[in-house]
Write a protein that binds this ligand. Structure first.
Ligand SMILES: Cc1ncc(COP(=O)(O)O)c(C=O)c1O
Length: 386
C-alpha cells in the first residue's frame, strides 16, 4: 500500500524534476540490450557530441561533477603547498577538491546580487593579498603558491570571464571553470566552461541535463586532457601491446548507461534551456514588485539551472514550511563553504553567509506550466507580505 506521506510527495510541486521521456528510455534500453554497460562506445559518442556542441578540442566524461573538478585540478598540477581561489558561496565540492589535491582554497566573498565572485574583489585580493616571489604568485598570509582561480558560474549565471581572464594573465594564474550548473550558458568569452584552461560540468539530476550521476571535463589543452584521461582510469596508459599504471589514478569512469542518457538529453538541451528561461520570466514578472525578495540577476546568455531568490528578512524555515503546507517544495540555494565545520578556521564571508541563510530555490523544471507558477508566486507573496 502507498503511504499517505508518499501520496503527498507525489502530489506536491517538486523543486526539480529531470526531463526524461521515451527517447531517453530508448537510448538507455539500447545499451542494456547490448550488454556493454561499462565505459565504452556510448561514452565516446557522448564526449564527441559535447565537444561539438561546445566547440572544444577535448571532452572527457567522468562519474560526477566533483570528479571532473578534481581531475581538472590534477591536470593543472595543483598539489601540496598550493592554493586555489574559490568563491565562498558554492556547493562545497568546489573547495573540497582543492583539498583532495593537498592544496588549500582561498575563499573569497561573493557579490550580493550575482552570488558569483566579484571581479573587483578578486582584483583587490590579488593586489593586496598576494605577491610575486621568484616568478610565482604567493598568498601573503600563508605563503602558499596560488595556482589558479575556480570560476563558478552559479545556478547558470556566467561570472564575468573576460576580466577574470585578464587578471589570470596578469597574475599568471590558471582558470578552472566550475560550470557544474552552467552547461549551455554563454558569456562574451563564449560557452561557460570553454574560456579558461579547463572547464567542468555536472550531469546530476538537478542540472540542466542529466546522466543520472555524471560529469565532463573540457579543455583545449592537450597536456591537461592527457592527464585527466589517464587519471580517470586508474592512471593507466596503453599502447597496442602494453598496459602500464603510470600514476596513482582513480576510477572516475562514466558508464555507457549514463552516457546513453546524456546523448538523449543533449538533443533537447536547447529546448530545456528555453523552457527554464520562459518559466524564470514568469517568476520575474510575478515577483518583480515584492520588496521582501531579491530576484536572480538577469544576464544575456545565462541559463536557469535553478531559480534562486534571496529573502531580504523573512525566516527561511518559516517560508519553506508555509510553502510545503501549500504542497510546494522549495530548498536552500547552496552553501557558504567557510560556514561549514570542515572549513571552520577560514575567515567568514558575510554576503555568502547571508545567501546560505536566506536563499530559496523555487520549483523549476519542464513539467511546470504558467498556472502552477502563478499559484507558487501568489502563495509566496502572501507568506512574505507579513
Ligand atoms: C557549483 C557546483 N560545483 C560542483 C558540484 C558537484 O557536482 P556533482 O554533484 O555532479 O558531483 C555541484 C553540484 O551540485 C555544484 O552545484
Amino acid at each position: 500500500m502507498v503511504s499517505k506521506a508518499h501520496t503527498k510527495r507525489i502530489k506536491a510541486v517538486s523543486v526539480s524534476r529531470p526531463d526524461i521521456g521515451p527517447a531517453d528510455e530508448a537510448q538507455v534500453l539500447e545499451v542494456l540490450r547490448s550488454r556493454w554497460v561499462g565505459q565504452g562506445p556510448k561514452v565516446a559518442e557522448f564526449e564527441r557530441q559535447v565537444a561539438t556542441v561546445l566547440d572544444i578540442k577535448y571532452a572527457i566524461a567522468v562519474n560526477s561533477g566533483t570528479s571532473a573538478l578534481h581531475l581538472a585540478l590534477c591536470g593543472l598540477g595543483v598539489g601540496p603547498d598550493d592554493a586555489v581561489i574559490v568563491p565562498d558561496f558554492t556547493f562545497p565540492a568546489s573547495a573540497n577538491v582543492v583539498r583532495h589535491c593537498g592544496a588549500e582554497p582561498i575563499l573569497l566573498d561573493v557579490d550580493p546580487n550575482t552570488l558569483n565572485l566579484n571581479v573587483d574583489d578578486l582584483e583587490k585580493f590579488l593586489k593586496t593579498g598576494s605577491r610575486f616571489e621568484s616568478g610565482e604568485l604567493r598568498d601573503t598570509k600563508t605563503g602558499r603558491r596560488i595556482k589558479g582561480i575556480m570560476a563558478v558560474h552559479l545556478f547558470g549565471l556566467p561570472m564575468a570571464m573576460e576580466r577574470t581572464l585578464e587578471l589570470a594573465q596578469t597574475y599568471r594564474l590558471a582558470i578552472v571553470e566550475d560550470a557544474a550548473c552552467a552547461f549551455g550558458a554563454r558569456d562574451t568569452a563564449g560557452f561557460c566552461g570553454t574560456g579558461g584552461d579547463v572547464g567542468c560540468f555536472s550531469f546530476h539530476p538537478r542540472k540542466i541535463i542529466t546522466t543520472g550521476e555524471g560529469g565532463m571535463v573540457v579543455t583545449n589543452r592537450a597536456d591537461v586532457a592527457e592527464t585527466v584521461t589517464t587519471l580517470r582510469n586508474h592512471g593507466i596508459t596503453r599502447t597496442e601491446s602494453t598496459l602500464a599504471f603510470v600514476s596513482e589514478g582513480f576510477n572516475f569512469r562514466m558508464s555507457d548507461i549514463n552516457a546513453a542518457l546524456g546523448i538523449a538529453q543533449l538533443h533537447k538541451l536547447q529546448a530545456i534551456i528555453e523552457r527554464h528561461t520562459e518559466i524564470a520570466s514568469w517568476y520575474d514578472e510575478a515577483l518583480a514588485d515584492v520588496e521582501a525578495l531579491r530576484l536572480p540577476a538577469k544576464l544575456d546568455g545565462r541559463i536557469y539551472q535553478a531559480y534562486v531568490v534571496l529573502l531580504e528578512r523573512h525566516d527561511r524555515k518559516h517560508v519553506l514550511d508555509c510553502l510545503r503546507e501549500a504542497d510546494i517544495e522549495s530548498v536552500a540555494g547552496t552553501y557558504s563553504v567557510s560556514a561549514q565545520p570542515a572549513y571552520k578556521d577560514m575567515a567568514s564571508c558575510p554576503n555568502s553567509q547571508f545567501a546560505q541563510r536566506q536563499s530559496l530555490a523555487l520549483p523549476l523544471h519542464t513539467a511546470l506550466d504558467k498556472p502552477i507558477i502563478e499559484r507558487i508566486c501568489k502563495t509566496l507573496r502572501a507568506i512574505v507580505a507579513n
